[in-house]
Design a binder for this molecule. Sequence first.
Ligand SMILES: [Zn+2]
Length: 405
Amino acid sequence: MFKQYGYLNKFAKLTPINIIRYKYMVQLAKFKGTALFTGKQLLPESMVLIVSDKGVVLDIVHETAAGDDVQQVNGILCPGFINTHCHLELSHMAGVIPEGTGLPAFLTSVMEKRGQQDPAAQELAMAIAEKAMWESGIAAVGDICNGTASLRQKKESSLYYHSFIECMGFVPTFAQNRYEFSKGVLEQFRTTGLPCSIVPHAPYSVSADLFALLAATPDNTPVSIHNQESAAENMLYKDKTGDFLHFYQHFGMDTSAFQPTGTNSLPAWLPWFKHLPLILVHNTFTQESDLQFTKDNALQTYWCLCPQANLYIENCLPDIPLLRSKGCTITLGTDSLASNHQLSIWQEIQTIRKHFPGIPLEEILQWATFNGAQALGITDLYGSFEKGKRPGVILIDHIESKRII
Ligand SMILES: [Zn+2]
């Protein structure tokens, strides 16, 4: 196997001539597994993946045409996973918050406890979490940031990160202040050349004024938002009832400006972002009418599922059969170690398969690879075994996923 971390020079040009050069100038690696998933399709075990020592995909050929030195590996070969929702900066909160509290109580704990550890411990926890993501085969991450805590680590990382700079503020009079603060964080990420965009946290934590500011930000794509993670979110918008009122009261927030729309939360805010690709995260309480509204009003929507976090916080799962029946483009995320026991896309897949055994593995693997790369806008390099891409090569079996390149 090749040395880890060596192949990811994100900015090398992969012109056709360079790919031909790779073929003749570098050592090749040829892998044959029990099956080969391309990012879109599961091929039989007779197919061989050929990559360069830099991890560039050169070809997929039948074993009879693969020549010598084919390495037989035990498991399904798969492109690196794309984790479209994570909070690396919460890695130090592993095991801090009990399971099954429901979202409003969970958020209260996160907000009160996230700052209780020193920065060095937080940095160490982030480094350990990132290493685990890498080793389990994650190649790229859509990562939520409330500040710059993860910036230094990302500058040196072998993982691809798109940082979603998250902005929140439910009281309209503070909208401009909150926006300016997050814009400052965004500029720090942009200055270092790291891919990033500024995004709303959730419908229950962002005022209409703040939604308007965020939606008007130029060159800001994609947009990600926590969507319908609890029943309380829809109740708030329907008739201003439910557990979020206790949450606001706990933090002394003035909610007098908020007027319920009489609808679910999604139709109330989505029109602000109808001109941008959207990654909607969780969708645990999304209903058929919301899917129809999105289809009619959004440019392009990705439905990111984080099933283990949903079980951890609310002990329920999104209506995945409904999402599939409506043709939604699904991606997968791990959420954070505050609401998950590990950051592993393969474990998320295992959880989905346990609860929805009828969904073909081939389809779920596409959620975890090609669809995720589409959502982050990185299909030029990631998400599939197509010539010239460098998506990472991972091996999966019944128990685990692990990176081999
Ligand atoms: Zn989250």
